[in-house]
Write a protein that binds this ligand. Structure first.
Ligand code: DGL
Length: 292
């Protein structure tokens, strides 16, 4: 007997055989609200997809933690997203990608992953002065991923790095244009400008939220690279190649979780995305994540 049930989108699912995997959500995670810059691009590129966004605000910032610690956190968040039927996971965090992407692909071979790496390649291709600034967290700079990207694509380019100490925290507090945020950015960018950079790579997903401030500091001659649109196109390509694109014609549903304060995260989402969404709580317990 062929048993069928109708899912929420009226797609027919045959129980025990084919599942409408294309109608499952995309999982997106970050230490906090940084991944919203990637989520925004994913929604623009794939407006009909359902998405689960997970911000691990109990542990933000990831950038000053050890790569091993961030890897362990990333594994549990991945488990949580898979338990919530994620069909593809976007590691919307350069630090977690540096710490865990390779490991996650091996540990969860059934799930396609899209991760972040500092956009050194396009920067090296486009710079005219041969001098590029990269802003990222200490953990990202320590990871092998960054070293290999620089070695492969930027051997003929001078790279100037800065960790913008305290900037992630400012963005988590919604302080996008305060004097302190500006001072952090100026102390990173002024020495780079003095060296003659003409390109700035945003190697942390929190930083696109301060692009207006960065642009006001570096001026119109300097190109600021936000990798999020390219990441969203990669998500589309991967879903297409695995025949996992949603066939839905209505706008997808976005579900938010945080391990921090869900009301505060809701206010921040409003500020950063200009949309209001409820945010659900998730809790770390005995190394795993539960819903209260
Ligand atoms: N948004 C993250 C990144 O892209 C993490 C920042 C942090 O938590 O330190 O690296």
């Amino acid at each position: 007997m062929r048993r069928v049930k109708i899912n929420k989108r009226n797609a027919v699912i045959e129980s025990g055989s084919m599942t409408a995997a294309g109608e499952h959500p995309i999982g997106v995670f970050d230490s906090g609200v940084g991944g919203l810059s990637v989520l925004r691009a994913v929604i623009n590129e794939l407006p009909n997809e359902d998405v689960i966004y997970f911000g691990d605000q109990a542990h933000v910032p990831y950038g000053s933690k050890s790569l091993l610690e961030v890897r362990d956190l990333s594994v549990e968040i991945t488990r949580f997203l898979i338990n919530h039927s994620a069909k593809l996971i976007v590691v919307a965090c350069n630090t977690a990608s540096a710490a865990a992407l390779h490991y996650l692909r091996e540990a969860f071979p059934e799930i396609p992953f899209v991760g972040m790496e500092p956009a050194v390649k396009p920067a090296a291709e486009h710079t005219k002065t041969g001098k590029v600034g990269v802003l990222a967290t200490p953990a990202t700079f320590q990871g092998e991923l960054y070293a290999s990207v620089v070695e492969r694509f930027a051997s003929n380019v001078a790279i100037f790095q800065d960790t913008c100490f305290g900037l992630v925290r400012q963005i988590e507090l919604g302080r996008l244009s305060t004097a302190k945020t500006e001072q952090i950015l100026r102390s990173a960018l002024d020495p780079m400008l003095a060296e003659g950079i003409d390109t700035v790579v945003l190697g942390c997903t929190h930083y696109p939220f301060v692009i207006p401030l960065i642009e006001s500091i570096v001026g119109p001659e300097v190109n600021v690279i936000d990798p999020a649109p390219a990441i969203a196109r990669q998500v589309r390509r991967l879903l297409e190649s695995k025949q996992l694109l949603s066939r839905d014609l209505v706008r997808g549903k976005i579900t938010f979780y945080t391990t921090g304060d869900n009301h505060r995260m809701g206010l921040l989402i409003n500020k950063l995305l200009g949309e209001s969404h409820p945010v659900q709580k998730a809790r770390w317990r005995k190394g795993g994540i539960v819903k209260p």
